[in-house]
Design a protein around this ligand. Structure first.
Ligand SMILES: [Zn+2]
Length: 357
């Protein structure tokens, strides 16, 4: 892209060619992201990827292979932990890939690839195949740049849905890897980055998380949330900070996804999420209700932004973990939304990672 713009500027030609090349590049990237989503969560793809299952393992191997196809070496990090309904340790795995920059600082970008069981009707598209797809696209883009400043470590986490196991294992393993000696300056968690009505950037909660009892190192620093929001407005992207309420102050989120083990060891985190914090959901304004789309409510009252029949509400505007988290349903109910929102995250992160100090 850079070369073509330079050439067209040098020759004082109208920038039509550069423009069309940009569009072609966007189009290629969107096709690539779509093909990744289909491979993980389409009808003829891997499908539901329940923690510790064969399909989860197959998904991990697929992710590692895709990194390799992009000429980025990837390693599978196996782990055993007690999770789900079981009392004996279960096996899962993370996939870790890395692109070196010129500084001694490192960002971690993570996205879980496991999903809830097929019995929910979900194929795990927005939660969380789309984030894995986006992470691969970002890795491809960063790898094609002549040089980047900070190192970027990409981690596809296993077994998130049953207790953030991949993220916890990864955080525990840092002390046994070369990462121990690196300056990890931030973690960006991609979980449910598309599907919901608005795109948010959250930091950890100032009040802290439970951190398995050890809260001594907890970091609530919102530095990367605020930096990303600045990038968003410079790029005219629609990311925002949620307005805040008693339980979740403005721009802060809960401990329910893979960012929390990182915050617990003192790494400033962000969570990028598409949801709707204006809705008054089952337990208040916590982002668990993602959309005002009436198809995803038993009965929705658009004036009060909540159910019109609390005792009988069955759906609560949730896409995640439901039969709505499937490619055909998402395309029918939200035409074009996934493409637009994923492109927004791509533009945001590619700008941030190529310029951040
Ligand atoms: Zn998730």
């Amino acid at each position: 892209m850079l070369e073509k713009i330079t050439l067209c500027t040098l020759l004082l030609l109208p920038c039509f060619f550069a423009m069309s090349a940009d569009n072609a590049e966007d189009k290629d990237r969107q096709l690539l992201i779509t093909s990744y989503i289909n491979a993980l969560a389409g009808d003829s793809g891997i499908g539901p990827r329940i923690a510790a299952s064969k399909m989860e393992k197959r998904a991990a191997e697929w992710i590692a292979t895709e990194f390799e196809k992009l000429n980025i070496s990837a390693e599978v990090q196996p782990f055993e932990r007690v999770f789900g309904q079981k009392t004996a340790p279960q096996r899962s795995q993370n996939v870790i890939a890395r692109i070196d920059g010129t500084s001694d600082k490192t960002f971690i970008i993570g996205a879980h690839y496991d999903s809830v069981p097929a019995s929910t009707g979900s194929m795990g598209v927005i939660d969380n195949a789309a984030s894995v797809a986006l992470m691969l696209a970002i890795a491809d883009h960063m790898n094609s740049m002549p040089k980047i400043k900070n190192n970027v470590v990409f981690v596809a986490f296993g077994a998130e849905e049953v207790g953030l196991n991949g993220a916890k294992h990864f955080v525990e393993s840092i002390s046994q890897t070369t990462l121990e000696n690196e300056n990890i300056i931030g973690m960006i968690n991609l979980d449910t980055i598309t599907g919901g009505d608005y795109q948010y950037i959250h930091s950890a909660k100032t009040a802290g998380y439970e951190c398995d009892g050890d809260t001594s190192k907890f970091a609530a620093d919102p530095i990367w949330r605020d930096t990303l929001l600045t990038h968003s407005s410079k790029l005219n992207l629609p990311f925002k900070k949620h307005a805040g309420n008693a339980e979740y102050p403005a721009g802060e989120t809960g401990a329910w996804s893979d960012h929390s083990p990182f915050a617990c060891v003192g790494i400033p985190v962000v969570h990028i999420e598409a949801t709707n914090f204006d809705i008054v959901g089952l337990n208040g304004q916590d982002g668990y209700s993602q959309t005002v789309n009436p198809a995803m409510w038993t009965c929705f009252d658009k004036d009060t932004l909540t159910t019109c029949d609390r005792p009988n509400e069955k759906k609560w505007g949730r896409i995640w973990h439901t039969e709505f988290d499937r490619i055909d349903v998402l395309n029918r109910e939200f035409p074009g939304r996934l493409e637009t929102q994923l492109n927004n995250v791509f533009l945001l992160l590619s700008s941030f990672l190529s310029t951040s100090d």
